[in-house]
Design a protein around this ligand. Structure first.
Ligand SMILES: [Zn+2]
Ligand SMILES: [Zn+2]
Length: 335
């Protein structure tokens, strides 16, 4: 099979021919139909995140079909349309796994980081962390979405969902950074009856227009003051300077959620903007329960993703476009 492979952090991915091993016990082989490009992939490739498996096939927003089952796999059959997210494995016995917080597992496996991922024509995944998706021919809705359209749900959607839960009952929700995750969260938030305020890079009229089109009642630069005090804000941009900005925009008792896996350093800020029982927290990874919840909720909320597809061999171009902030919505690789 063809795969885009990271040999060393800081270098472009290389197109290589690889052998896909047969699935081991509890694993499935998946024929990949689409894989989304997430900002975390950039952090892995660029070296912001230390210690990836090398060589590595990045990518953790995988949609494909089950090609073969390892021994002991139940609940999946060859041909099933499935998704593979970032959480690829957990130990099952650390204090976090036992407490229902497997997203914080002490010995996790992450797809496209410590396990080979989806920038390829096929992958092997632990069947317990693979999710069935509505079939595009069988049990899917008449407006069934393509494999490429579903791919961003597997991380942008899931992490966005966990972040939105962390934001609590906020009616006035600020979203800092309007990319793949925010464009999904905005749709869910509107469906839940929340008011959305979108913050983009200053002067990014295209992203602001995109946010308004998806239901934001206000969109502006992150240097602008929103027309209403926010109940909560989610920061998707990997920019630490946005933390004091967002804290200053939320009301007393409000919450600021940092949704990214990596962020530049947070500048010092006066205690007064945290005072008033404002809360600052991060979201790390996902649990399988998050995935089940969100994959059931997305069709009910009528979530539609806006994507730009790239051939697998152009993964470096897709990453460059994401790095430069030149994408509207989400990039998806199609082998
Ligand atoms: Zn664990
Ligand atoms: Zn991701």
């Amino acid at each position: 099979m063809r795969a885009m492979v990271l040999r060393r952090q800081g270098e472009p991915l290389r197109l290589e021919e690889r052998e896909l091993p047969p699935p081991g016990p509890g694993q499935v082989a998946i024929a990949i139909a689409a894989c989304g490009v997430c900002r975390t992939d950039l952090h892995v490739v660029d070296g912001d995140l230390a210690g990836p498996k090398l060589p590595l096939v990045p990518g953790h927003e995988i949609v494909g079909r089950v090609a073969a089952l390892g021994t002991g796999v139940t609940g999946l059959a060859p041909g099933d349309r499935v998704g593979v997210p970032w959480l690829g494995h957990t130990c099952g016995h650390c204090r976090y796994c036992r407490a229902g917080s497997e997203n914080l597992c002490d010995a996790p496996g992450f797809t496209g980081y410590t396990l080979d991922g989806g920038y390829a024509e096929g992958c092997i995944a632990d069947a317990a962390y693979v999710f069935r998706l509505p079939d595009d021919v069988g049990d899917g809705p008449p407006d069934g979405q393509s494999d490429a359209e579903l791919a961003p749900l597997l991380c942008a959607g899931l992490i966005g969902h966990r972040s939105l839960k962390m934001a609590g009952e906020a009616e006035r929700l600020g979203l800092y950074g309007f990319g793949a995750a925010a464009h999904i969260v905005a749709q869910v938030a509107r469906w839940e009856g929340r008011r959305v305020f979108a913050f983009t890079r200053p002067g990014d009229a295209a992203a602001q227009g995109f946010a308004r089109r998806l239901g934001a009642e206000w969109a502006g630069g992150s240097d602008q003051t929103p027309p209403a005090e926010l109940d909560a804000a989610i920061i998707f941009a990997p920019v630490g300077a946005l933390v004091p900005v967002a804290l200053s925009a939320v009301r007393k008792g409000g919450t600021v959620v940092c949704a990214g896996i990596h962020m530049s350093d947070i500048p010092a800020f006066p205690y007064s903007i945290l005072w008033g029982e404002r809360r600052l927290c991060s979201v790390a990874n996902l649990t399988r329960a998050d995935a089940e919840e969100f994959l059931a909720l997305a069709p009910r909320a009528g979530v539609r993703t806006e994507i730009e597809t790239f051939p697998l061999a152009q993964a470096n171009l897709a990453l460059d476009r994401l790095r430069a902030g030149q994408l509207t919505g989400a990039a998806v690789l199609v082998p």
